[in-house]
Design a protein around this ligand. Structure first.
Ligand SMILES: Cc1cc2nc3c(=O)[nH]c(=O)nc-3n(C[C@H](O)[C@H](O)[C@H](O)COP(=O)(O)OP(=O)(O)OC[C@H]3O[C@@H](n4cnc5c(N)ncnc54)[C@H](O)[C@@H]3O)c2cc1C
Length: 455
């Protein structure tokens, strides 16, 4: 499944594209695909963090659960992400306040921040060893001009209940953070191996008795008091369905006007030598993201490599999700690696990959119920920050299906703006990417100029 990709500028060897991402392989114990007709209390579609977590929480309440997955559990973004378990700090608080007002924005911040201890608790309860390092996460500026916006965003977050602190330059240097990162806002959380986390959820779900059908795409479903899901060789029926298909949801013909599938890319370096690790410092191995409009993420892994993500996003016409390389994005990330980590001069890139997240125009999660009976629950619109929240939503859905009314689910109801029809949507999203790139290029040029002036 690997293909050789064109070399990024400055890289001697060609980059190897991993179509399944850098963390997972197809499981050796692939679960059978669905044959014939089956029934349950709940059908969950999509086995990423959201689907697995929902299925597990429902099983714990005694429900019979069918989980349909088109490939294998962890095939989507859950097996391809950067592994940052991060609360609300990854979001732009001012956008949330403008759209929702202070009171409701506070509830969204609560949702993001409560998700961190929830996942930490689940890893312990389910015995999932996924190399979690509770180092905290730094949102770190690379140029002085980013400080004002970072501080303002942080102060607003604190007003909304987020627990963050400013880390000044002296502390950054004392902690051995790579010198490209000048100052930061810090929040609790950390980094983990998302492949191990999602595989742990999969194992726990199978052991708990969730009927997981892999290589079983949902093709269509009929609504009503009982929902019937059609697959290639069978069907499943239940009074409740949960759509946990995230970026793939528009392809089901659902929520097409609410979310778009956005491609996010990653590169992973060769393992750092002991000398390279010593040169980098970074003793706490904190996850680092930047306040660029299209952010960068930089982290070390437990197996001694460095993973960098984002910098350049992609959108395919009609919210399609082709599993193909994005050479421009890998080249941009390779350049980021060289510029932010000059101490690692010559460090090779092992491979690269891409995955899909879903985003609404207002960047807010899109969580709710639909159908005449309101018995189809959905969660999408993760906007690239779903490791915590897409896991946490499983516990809220399970409580709701069990007849409770989770306060947070109610508080997060809001009107998601409608997406434009194609080709206007393609134009709008690509224009937004271009505008973000202009602003980020401007910052990066200032950094280069500053570094050049230092010699
Ligand atoms: C490169 C990258 C870096 C990221 N970094 C981070 C990070 O560091 N921290 C963070 O919080 N978030 C990060 N994210 C986002 C995060 O990965 C997602 O928010 C999260 O994984 C979403 O989980 P999910 O279960 O909702 O969706 P997914 O993991 O995408 O799961 C959806 C599942 O549905 C299945 N499916 C789709 N259609 C069908 C169908 N018709 N029938 C059956 N099954 C179907 C898919 O195969 C897939 O397995 C990143 C994403 C990417 C791509």
């Amino acid at each position: 499944m690997n293909a050789v990709n064109k070399a990024a500028p400055g890289d001697a060897a060609p980059l190897k594209f991993r179509s399944l991402g850098g963390w997972v392989e197809r499981p050796a114990d692939l679960q059978p695909s669905l044959e014939g007709h089956v029934k349950a209390d709940v059908i969950v579609v999509g086995a990423g963090f959201a689907g697995l977590s929902t299925a597990l929480e429902l099983r714990a309440l005694g429900a019979q659960v069918i989980l349909l997955e088109q490939e294998f559990a962890g095939f989507g973004a859950s097996g391809r992400n950067a592994g940052y378990l991060l609360g609300s700090m990854g979001i732009e608080y001012d956008m949330f306040v403008k759209r929702l007002g202070v009171e409701q924005a506070t509830q969204f911040v609560r949702f993001y921040d409560e998700a961190v201890p929830y996942v930490e608790g689940r890893m312990k309860a389910l015995g999932i060893d996924c190399d979690y390092n509770p180092s905290g996460v730094l949102r770190a500026g690379v140029h002085a001009s980013q400080e004002k916006r970072l501080r303002e965003n942080m102060a607003l977050g604190q007003k909304l209940g987020a627990v963050t602190r400013f880390v000044d330059g002296a502390e950054m240097r004392a902690r051995g953070i790579p010198p490209a990162f000048l100052f930061a806002a810090e929040q609790c959380g950390g980094t983990l191996n998302p492949g191990k986390y999602v595989a742990g959820l999969r194992r726990a779900a199978i052991e708990a008795g969730v009927k997981l059908y892999e290589r079983t795409p949902l093709l269509s479903f009929s609504e009503g008091p009982v929902i019937t899901c059609k697959t290639a060789h069978g069907s499943a029926a239940a009074p409740v369905m949960v759509l946990a298909t995230n970026a793939y949801t528009p392809q089901l013909g659902v929520l097409r006007n609410k979310v778009a599938a956005i491609r996010v890319s990653a590169i992973e370096t060769q393992p750092l030598s002991p000398q390279q690790l010593a040169a980098v410092g970074w003793h706490g191995r904190e996850g680092i993201i930047t306040p660029h409009y299209t952010m960068e993420s930089h982290r070390l892994t437990a197996h001694g490599t460095m993973v960098l993500t984002v910098k350049k996003l992609g959108y395919a016409y009609g919210s399609k999700t082709p599993n193909i390389p994005d050479q421009g994005a890998y080249a941009a990330l390779a350049q980021v690696l060289r510029e932010r980590h000059p101490a690692l001069h010559g460090l090779g890139i092992q491979h690269c990959w891409s995955g899909y997240v879903s985003g609404a125009y207002d960047f807010l999660p899109v969580i709710g119920a639909m159908g005449e009976q309101q018995n189809i629950l959905y969660t999408t619109g993760c906007s690239g920050h779903g490791l915590g929240t897409q896991s946490y939503v499983g516990s809220l859905f399970a409580a709701q299906i069990n007849g409770k009314t989770p306060e947070l689910l109610t508080a997060m109801q809001h009107k998601t703006p409608s997406m434009l029809p194609e080709p206007l949507q393609w134009c709008a999203i690509h224009s937004a990417f271009a505008a973000a790139k202009l602003l980020d290029d401007w910052t990066d040029r200032k950094v280069r100029k500053h570094n050049a002036s230092k010699g």
